[in-house]
Write a protein that binds this ligand. Structure first.
Ligand SMILES: [Zn+2]
Length: 70
């Protein structure tokens, strides 16, 4: 009985729409690559959570935690 040959199942990459190897050696499946996976997730997050590019400055300036009880 011969073992089944390594049948690589090809699926369509949701990221780029190209061929993606749906195999155990493809950790990004069903995406074709890390780039497609991260790009998809990034686009998702960016669309839902649109964060400002610049962070507000630290509004501190009141209590100074540098008090020395000596
Ligand atoms: Zn892709």
């Amino acid at each position: 009985m011969t073992p089944h040959p390594t049948s690589v199942r090809m699926v369509r990459c949701p990221g780029c729409g190209g061929d993606s190897r749906y195999a155990s050696d493809n950790p990004w499946r069903p995406f074709c690559s890390e780039r497609c996976k991260t790009h998809d997730l990034g686009a998702w997050g960016e669309e839902r959570f649109r964060v400002p590019a610049t962070e507000p400055p630290d509004p501190s300036g009141g209590a100074a935690p540098n008090a020395d009880p000596t």
